[in-house]
Design a protein around this ligand. Structure first.
Ligand code: PMT
Length: 222
């Protein structure tokens, strides 16, 4: 239908940061506000999609007409994404997932004692990479948040994670990345064709991205 180009399409979106606990009062996290992912979820729902949003802790209002699942850690996000993946037509991973977590989580508050403190960390599961390996007909969209060599790293992630699209943002550019209402992104497809977008609101970025997703979905269904 014309007004709802994503009608009956199941879209799974991740957003926000994760929290990796050290003890009952402390955790490792990052600056993701959830705004980018929430904008995609809201716009996908407006285009008629059946949207599930898996989100780390944020203070942004949940979008309307979206099934929301709250998680904290990278591991919880992994579990939930894997639950919904087999049924999804499209997955868009805008969450800023921790790459490392503390090996030990202390039950009691850590006390201040020695002058130097070392917290040992271990890798979390790369959720997107797992999805890329298990991919059947799903359309997989990743993000790349970089501070340097954006194009090179984005293309590498696109290929190594078996993605259909990657959205690259340089998080050190004014008006782009974490926390802002705007973003500046370049989208690469599987053929490494690139679409450079100007400074846009996250809502506008979401619309542009979903236009690309829409044409890929059409390709799968035809
Ligand atoms: O939330 P906002 O404040 O609006 O900010 C938006 C944003 C900057 C968070 C967003 O635009 C963005 O770039 N999201 C991806 C952040 C990120 O973690 O990028 P990355 O380059 O480290 O990871 C690459 C991809 O792998 C991402 O799609 C990420 O979701 C995924 N990943 C990473 C690590 C991991 N363990 N599992 C993953 O799935």
């Amino acid at each position: 239908e014309h007004g709802e180009p994503l009608k009956n399409v199941k879209v799974l979106i991740t957003a926000g940061p994760t929290r990796e606990k050290v003890d009952p009062v402390r955790y490792f996290t990052n600056h993701s506000s959830g705004k980018m992912g929430y904008a995609i979820a809201e716009q996908a729902a407006k285009l008629g999609a059946n949207v599930t949003l898996i989100t780390g802790p944020t203070s942004v209002d949940f979008p309307n007409y979206v099934h929301v699942i709250k998680v904290e850690s990278a591991d919880e996000m992994y579990q939930q994404v894997m639950n919904y993946y087999p049924n999804a037509d499209v997955v868009i991973k805008s969450a800023a997932v921790a790459d490392y977590r503390p090996i030990h989580t202390f039950e009691q508050k850590m006390k201040k004692s020695q002058d130097h403190l070392v917290i040992e960390m271990e890798k979390t599961t790369d959720i997107l990479k797992e999805l890329g390996m298990k991919k059947r007909q799903q359309i997989l969209v990743g993000f790349a948040a970089e501070t340097n060599d954006l194009e090179q790293y984005a293309k590498k992630k696109l290929q190594s994670k078996n993605l259909d699209l990657i959205v690259a943002n340089n998080i050190t550019t004014e008006g782009a990345g974490f926390g802002t209402d705007t973003n500046i992104v370049t989208i690469y497809d599987r053929n490494l064709t690139k679409t450079e977008l100007p400074l846009l609101t996250k809502t506008e970025v979401a619309r542009k991205l979903l236009e690309k997703v829409q044409s890929l979905v059409k390709g799968v269904k035809e």
